[in-house]
Design a protein around this ligand. Structure first.
Ligand code: ACO
Length: 275
């Protein structure tokens, strides 16, 4: 009989030194996203969001894949057989956790260890920083099986890549290597496969030293800017900084200024103040 994971087993988590390592855990199915996995991911990320021992969330995949996109059997074929209500329910379950991740309270890093297709672009975009293995393969394979890149994937390509690259990527159904994905803006950077975990750990450790409230306000601000005019942005940023004050922002800034101007213990241009 084919191996089927219980819902709870579709996602693996390890918490270590402030970093929550969350993994798509259906390696035998190349970590494609089933309704069970989507429901479990929402549960897991919501549980981790306010834990004191978690400062950064890393999303990666068990085995050879990051995620081979939506599960063509369980997400498409089985829900379509049940009718529109089941299709809409499974779409909402997927979109819900990607949305939660886009507006996550804590910084997020996609550690793209292998295959990343179609629906995988949703969680990829949701993560603030994306580091790919040079061996990873990225594809909008939808066109190869007769659909359009839905579930936000067309928007992800249009937002992150130039229009020319996005159109070619979506229309041709050819894969990009991790290095090409970095050159074209889909991910932040690509590193040799053997260095992937060390590089992600290094980024996470840097983020862990920053002021957590300022970091949250910063990532939300940058994401909000995408859809704003300059006038709206300028005003939003004044208000967001003032809102930060209610999380101790004034004290933090005074202390950071003191360490630079009076104590001369650090330079903001070269590193972070001691929080
Ligand atoms: N949906 C359902 N099952 C999948 C998916 C998927 N997206 N991806 C892989 N699997 C299953 C395979 O059917 C196979 O199942 P089986 O062992 O029961 O036969 C198992 O995972 C292993 O897959 P293989 O194809 O044997 O693995 P291989 O390493 O040779 O190839 C690859 C990996 C290239 C990722 C291939 O599995 C593939 O092309 N998957 C589909 C990728 C894709 O186009 N995803 C959809 C994007 S569009 C969207 O998400 C809306």
């Amino acid at each position: 009989a084919p191996f089927v994971r219980a819902e709870e087993d579709t996602v693996a988590v390890t918490i270590e030194d402030g970093i929550a390592w969350v993994r798509f855990n259906r390696p035998e199915k190349r970590n494609c996203m089933s309704p069970k996995l989507n429901r479990q991911m929402l549960k897991v990320i919501e549980e981790l969001e306010f834990r004191e021992d978690v400062g950064v969330l890393v999303l990666s995949g068990e085995g050879e894949a990051w995620s081979a996109g939506m599960d063509l059997q369980e997400y498409f074929r089985e829900t379509e057989a049940q009718g529109l209500w089941a299709i809409r329910k499974s779409q909402r379950e997927a979109y819900r956790w990607w949305n939660r991740l886009r507006w996550y309270e804590k910084p997020t890093i996609a550690m793209v260890n292998g295959w990343c297709f179609g629906g995988g672009y949703g969680p990829l975009y949701a993560c603030d920083i994306a580091v790919a293995s040079e061996n990873a393969q990225f594809g909008l394979s939808e066109i190869n099986w007769g659909i359009l890149p839905g579930g936000g994937a067309s928007k992800v390509a249009a937002d992150l890549m130039s229009l020319r690259k996005a159109l070619y990527h979506a229309m041709m159904g050819e894969n990009l290597t991790g290095r090409q994905a970095a050159e074209q803006g889909l991910v932040t950077e690509a590193v040799p496969h053997e260095d992937l975990k060390a590089r992600v750990t290094q980024i996470a450790q840097t983020l862990l030293k920053k002021d957590a409230n300022a970091l949250r306000a910063t990532k939300w601000a940058v994401r909000r800017m995408i859809d704003m005019t300059y006038e709206h942005a300028e005003d939003y940023l004044v208000r967001a900084q003032e809102a930060l004050h209610s999380y101790g922002g004034v004290a933090a800034r005074k202390e950071a200024t003191r360490q630079f101007l009076d104590e001369k213990s650090y330079k903001p241009g070269l590193g972070t103040f001691d929080t």
